[in-house]
Design a protein around this ligand. Sequence first.
Ligand SMILES: CC(C)(COP(=O)(O)OP(=O)(O)OC[C@H]1O[C@@H](n2cnc3c(N)ncnc32)[C@H](O)[C@@H]1OP(=O)(O)O)[C@@H](O)C(=O)NCCC(=O)NCCS
Length: 292
Amino acid sequence: MNPVIRPMRPEDVPAAERVSDEGFFELDSRTRRTDGPAPTRRSERHREVWIERTRHFVEHDPAGCWVAEDDSGIVGIATSFRRETLWCLATYAVLPGRQGQGIGKPLMAAAMAHGRACTRAMLSSSSDGRAVRIYHQAGFDLHPQMFLSGTVDRTAIPVVDKVRDGSAGDIDLLDSLDRVARGAGHGVDHDLMLRTWRLLVSDTSTGSGYAYLDERGRLGLLAASNRRTATRLLWAVLAETPGEAAIPHVTAANQWVLDVGFAARLTLHQEGYLGLRGMKPPAPYVHNGALL
Ligand SMILES: CC(C)(COP(=O)(O)OP(=O)(O)OC[C@H]1O[C@@H](n2cnc3c(N)ncnc32)[C@H](O)[C@@H]1OP(=O)(O)O)[C@@H](O)C(=O)NCCC(=O)NCCS
């Protein structure tokens, strides 16, 4: 039986999470760097965060979230959302063993229909050969992403001032910074991030910006009005990160991240692409893989 493409319902989300975990675990095993860590299955905490985030997308953008289903259950998923004039693809996966059989493309088409009134679009692509082919066909420019990881040299961390914990009272400022960086506020996604992550804000007469630390205490998202403020926030994040640090999703437009990462003695590698339509790579900005 050919899978049926239908809207994702809240009760589908745990099964959708399994498809995503299977898809990305197999991809990580297939594309593993020889010097990289061994792929692992998701932790219980990571799974909970994924489920909460996807329920949020289904609640706010029911027309952006789709599943492919056959007799065996859910075999593919695509979740997406609209914020102001921007459409973002959050997750996209087909079960290993079912890939390359024409299931993914109609899922992507259904999700993209949700964004047809948007002038801009963003997605964070894996290095998967099928994914990049589909994104290029859909009109996305592909910008290589860099990642920094390792143990922070704590003697390199400068004294960081003018950074404070943020709260819901900062959301208007955060949305304004988002609009300058990517043309659209994160809107309701800030409510989600504030619920699950920690917010740091820098707001001075010379510049403003914010950064979220994710559930593992690592950088989840960063936006600022200038590089100086962005740099200050990134150091604040590294100072707060317990254990191994990771700075994800750095585009070539954000060389200031490399200045900080190398000063902290992190190592650099390249993985995947920021896919963009109708916009240039945001800077100074470090995007989130799902909330962009
Ligand atoms: C990306 C993904 C969702 C696409 O779903 P899919 O069902 O495999 O996609 P389809 O079969 O509909 O289309 C695949 C396209 O790639 C082509 N393709 C098939 N195998 C390929 C391969 N090994 N390398 C490159 N292209 C390939 C197909 O021919 C088709 O293109 P065409 O229609 O122009 O000929 C799925 O492969 C997947 O889950 N990958 C792992 C997780 C991932 O990377 N997700 C994207 C995250 S951003």
